[in-house]
Design a binder for this molecule. Structure first.
Ligand code: FAD
Length: 410
């Protein structure tokens, strides 16, 4: 067994980090007046102000120019198709070194399977249909969103009500999507709708995916949903009011939409888990340093056993998550079935980050609660991550089902 990161992977991670440290963080610093407070980041309706959107676009396009933005996209779509091990190491390194709350870094520098770059879902668009969209998406100029969830359908996607009805060469979509990341800003939406409600009621297909230009008449994002104390953000409600989509803009076969939607699931969950690992390492570093310098009762708090126990618990958590992520990434890259393992990694890493952030805040005392140390932002981020892309309960349901059907080896 060799757990050493190979030199090529190390070089990619260092190059991404160098780009962020040399170009992106200084850009953030130059625009601190704009980016430093949520009061200036967002308009009253919760949307990013145009200047912020322009800066994000600038970073995306520069990242694409340098070859980072399409690192994980499928080769047949025009990406570099780096595997899960590279992705995990790059995400861990970046998040470890720079920490949370960087508006021009998170989901801007690197692709996300749901919002930017070459989403795996795009593999289900016919190549000749994708071709005219390729340049805009790979250059970072245009972005995406992924519309599966609805007010009455989150964990249970088959509960969706959005309908797509065939009309000649087109489909007509009507319904509401909720919680859709990047929907207020996206140029294109990958939307899933019922094409056979009876089949869906029996959990036997009946859902189909569509690729939609968000400027199509009937497509609107009337509302941003602010979460965890933020004044605005990226999560919105999509209303589809008789949106017409050509049949050749279908994502995969009719009735196979949920399989298509799940295509990006491994990449999304692994990326999220590795980001959580990196942020947990960042938070533990902060706690270790603070514990060495903060004194109470005449000694550094690092000498109190209660503090040492918290540091040790966080180290154990991080070590466990790192080992799981590395093993699972290797499984994915070597083509082993990994449904249960990816769910274990997603649930464990997101919950682990919550515990580590919580302990780091506790070790910092009152300072841990201040906005300036960014621990509280990391804590809020950790809490959010336990819900999207399958809740902790849904991951456990998947793990148990795999276990009970004999499909979860270790
Ligand atoms: C910040 C954010 C971004 C998101 N981005 C997107 C996006 O881009 N695109 C998209 O399509 N969706 C997105 N979502 C939606 C997300 O995927 C759903 O919120 C999630 O799947 C949970 O669905 P729900 O909120 O409807 O909760 P519900 O499904 O109603 O669940 C409520 C509670 O019941 C539990 N539960 C449900 N079923 C079971 C079961 N069988 N066994 C045990 N417990 C169960 C859940 O774990 C949860 O605790 C996003 C959500 C958030 C918060």
């Amino acid at each position: 067994m060799d757990f050493l990161i190979d030199p090529d992977t190390e070089a990619i991670a260092e190059a991404v980090l160098r780009f962020v440290e040399r170009e992106v963080l200084p850009l953030e610093e130059r625009h601190r007046d704009l980016l430093g407070s949520e009061r200036t980041l967002f308009e009253a309706n919760g949307r990013y102000v145009p200047e912020v959107l322009a800066l994000k676009r600038q970073v995306r396009m520069r990242s694409a120019e340098l070859g980072f933005y399409n690192l994980f996209g499928a080769e047949k779509l025009g990406g570099a198709e780096q595997g899960a091990q590279v992705m995990a190491h790059v995400q861990e390194t970046l998040n470890h070194r720079i920490g949370p709350a960087h508006p021009l870094v998170q989901t801007v520098v690197l692709p996300s399977p749901f919002t930017n770059g070459l989403s795996p879902v795009l593999r289900h668009l016919q190549p000749e249909i994708f071709e005219p969209y390729r340049a805009g998406i790979t250059s970072g100029e245009k972005t995406l969103c992924f519309g599966l969830s609805e007010p009455d359908a989150g964990s249970d996607a088959f509960g969706m009500k959005t309908r797509a009805v065939r009309d000649g060469d087109e489909w007509v979509l009507t319904g509401t999507k909720q919680w859709i990341t990047n929907s207020p800003y996206a140029d294109y939406a990958m939307v899933f709708a019922l094409t056979d409600p009876e089949a869906a009621a029996r959990h036997k297909g009946g859902v189909t995916g569509f690729f939609i230009d968000t400027r199509t008449p009937g497509f609107s994002v009337p509302r941003i949903i602010n979460t965890m104390g933020h004044l605005g953000g990226e999560t919105g409600v999509i209303v589809l009011d008789g949106v017409r989509v050509r049949d050749d803009h279908r994502l995969g076969e009719v009735g196979r939409g949920l399989a298509v939607a799940m295509d990006g699931v491994n990449a999304g969950r692994m990326g999220m888990a590795a980001s959580c690992l990196g942020l947990a390492r960042w938070a533990l570093d902060q706690a270790v340093e603070y514990a060495k310098v903060r004194k109470t009762f005449g000694v550094p708090i690092a000498e109190h056993q209660a503090i040492q126990l918290m540091l040790a618990d966080s180290a154990m958590d991080i070590y466990a998550a790192k080992t799981m992520i590395q093993n699972c990434a290797w499984r994915l890259d070597s083509g082993r079935s990994s449904t249960a393992q990816v769910s274990m990694v997603k649930a464990f890493s997101t919950e682990m980050l919550g515990r580590v952030m919580d302990r780091s805040i506790q070790i910092h005392g009152g300072m841990g609660l201040t906005n300036e140390l960014r621990l509280e932002e990391g804590y809020r981020f950790a809490r959010v991550m336990r819900i999207p892309d399958g809740t902790g309960e849904i991951q456990r349901r998947t793990i148990a089902r795999q276990l009970l059907s004999g499909h979860a080896d270790f």
